[in-house]
Design a protein. Sequence first.
Length: 180
Amino acid sequence: MINLLIIGVVILLKFALPVGIVFFPFAAGWANFVLDSIDGDILIPLGLADASYQPIDKIADWCTYVAMAVCAWRVRWKTRKWIYGLFAFRSIGQILFLVTRDERWFFYFPNFLEPLFLIYATIIFFKKFNEGVAFAYFLKHKILFIAIIIIYKMQDEYFTHIANIDRTELFQEILSKIFN
């Protein structure tokens, strides 16, 4: 019974945190990122079948992308056109996965939206919510940011959806070899 309660709370958070992104892009965006990084490690061991987890996770992810697009529109971010384009791009992959259940679509339509959003929300947060200053900073370093986003997401999508490597288990195995 407790497992079902925890599963319910985690799934509720997966859909509630995106709503917070609209109003608190930095805090809710990063909280959502952390939850999305660990939710499978919580839900599947508690008894949620992978066949149930995958569509729930992908629909919750899409709700996150919608919230990011709404946030960019609501506060009129100067990066909003990039956010809208990346939202449309990733949505194609989401739809193709939900129709075919083939995870490779996520590699072909990588989620560049989330890291761009998180980087920009972080810049705005640390530039004291001065979007003009934040955008100038972003443009000054855009090559670096774009490189980080592409490298991070392509390896992430590859390991997660092509190689199907559980990085938690991989890191545990590496650490056990180092320290044993």
